[in-house]
Design a protein around this ligand. Structure first.
Ligand SMILES: [Zn+2]
Ligand SMILES: [Zn+2]
Length: 407
């Protein structure tokens, strides 16, 4: 009964605010800000929340904020949106194109932010009407792309007292109106590796008298990924992919040094923990075979996001209710990294994929300057987030308490 009322209230809320939310997203899209520099974005969110009678608490750096909706002794459910943009040029030809050269919301965080804002405004109405059986904590997290913003939110009490946490991420391969869900790992671990090689250098006519550094570096580039594929369980999908390589300056001179940089992605936590030592030993054995020195800098990124089964059921149930039957669809595990993983090491929760593709339309890709969405996804995000939060609150609220707030 309450579920049907909720849908009617969501419809009414969105009829009134959807256009405004789309305008809010476009404004963010035009003014993207990089990780830990999201000052304007934070202010814009804070203004809207404050105007709705809420009391947002901006994080000490001035980027990102936490805002509770509702109060009392009930359970607490957190909803998280990341707010940062990427250092990429916006290549779209649209009225809301980025006005900041080299910075663009190419990962859809403007969409997550706007959907969470809409959810917060809707839930504030519910709370004012005495219909919120607990507390919903809105986490507007800075610096997901760095990553590290999740740790910043956690360091400032973002998930203390939280019973469950949820997040959505745009998925341009899923149609708008659908929600991609998956239990267990849904993203991958993602680390960075930098390899620096050095040798005596010399004339290219005499590689046998020096050490052929470019050749050795090329061996490292191809041998390391190949060896990993034989030394690690293929089910872990550990993969090393190089993104940058540089050595030398002249056709006839063997250089003294070179560098290669890449990322390591992994679906399995055990293989992730073993990766740095294994890569280091492989690197040393290839380098020594060619008489060069090799040093490795390994930077840990994020662990995989491992979705809690009950939380995934809540998301699926909410999608079926708020977006329609058949709207919850299975989604594959991605090799992308996502710092939402840090929250899930402390609190059960789940991340779902918010469909952003116009059915039959173009399939964009995230982290590309051409990325864009079907803006109906914003309202869909509000529907799913609000319904999920209420579902989670209802499920952990004793029945007599529900009957008093829902009566
Ligand atoms: Zn991203
Ligand atoms: Zn993202």
């Amino acid at each position: 009964m309450r579920g049907r009322e909720l849908l009617g209230e969501l419809d009414a809320f969105l009829t009134e605010t959807e256009r405004d939310l789309v305008a809010f997203r476009r404004d963010l899209h035009m003014h993207p800000e990089l990780a830990f520099a999201e000052y304007r974005t934070t202010q814009k969110i804070a203004e809207r929340l404050t105007a709705a009678g809420l009391t947002p608490s901006v994080l000490p750096r001035g980027t990102g904020l936490i805002c509770d909706v509702g109060s009392g002794d009930g359970p607490t459910v957190a909803l998280r949106a990341d707010i940062d943009a990427l250092p990429l040029q916006d290549e779209k030809d649209v009225s809301y194109r980025s006005t900041v050269p080299g910075v663009c919301h190419a990962c859809g965080h403007d969409v997550h932010t706007t959907a969470l804002l809409g959810t917060g405004l809707f839930l504030a109405q519910q709370a004012a009407a005495g219909l919120l059986p607990g507390r919903v904590r809105l986490l507007f997290q800075p610096a997901e792309e760095l990553p590290g913003g999740a740790l910043e939110v956690m360091a400032h009490g973002g998930i203390s007292g939280v019973d469950r946490v949820f997040a959505l991420h745009c998925d341009p391969r899923v149609d708008v109106g659908q929600l991609g869900i998956r239990s267990g790992p849904i993203t991958a671990a993602c680390d960075r590796v930098v390899v620096r090689v050095s040798g005596p250098g010399g004339h290219t006519s005499r590689p046998h008298l020096t050490a052929d550094l470019v050749f050795a570096l090329a061996k490292i580039l191809t041998e390391l990924p190949a060896a990993l594929s034989r030394r690690v369980d293929p089910r872990s999908s550990l993969s090393l992919v190089w993104g940058r390589v540089e050595a030398g300056s002249a056709a006839n001179a063997i250089p003294n040094d070179g560098i290669a940089e890449g990322t390591i992605r992994c679906l399995d936590e055990e293989a992730w923990h073993a990766a740095p030592d294994l890569i280091k030993s492989l690197l040393e054995s290839v380098a020594s075979a060619y008489g060069i020195e090799a040093a490795m800098e390994y930077t840990r990124g994020v662990p995989p996001v491992v979705n809690d089964e009950v939380s995934v059921e809540m998301l699926g149930e909410a999608a079926e209710r708020a977006l329609g039957a058949g709207s919850a669809v299975p989604t594959p595990q991605s090799l992308g990294g996502e710092d939402f993983a840090w929250y899930l090491e402390s609190v059960p929760g789940a991340l779902a994929r918010l469909g952003t593709r116009t059915p039959g339309g173009l399939t964009y890709d995230i982290h590309q300057g051409s990325f864009d969405i079907d803006e109906r996804a914003i309202a869909m995000g509000v529907r799913v987030m609000a319904t999920t939060a209420l579902t989670a609150l209802w499920e952990v609220t004793p029945l007599d308490a529900v009957s008093t707030v829902v009566a």
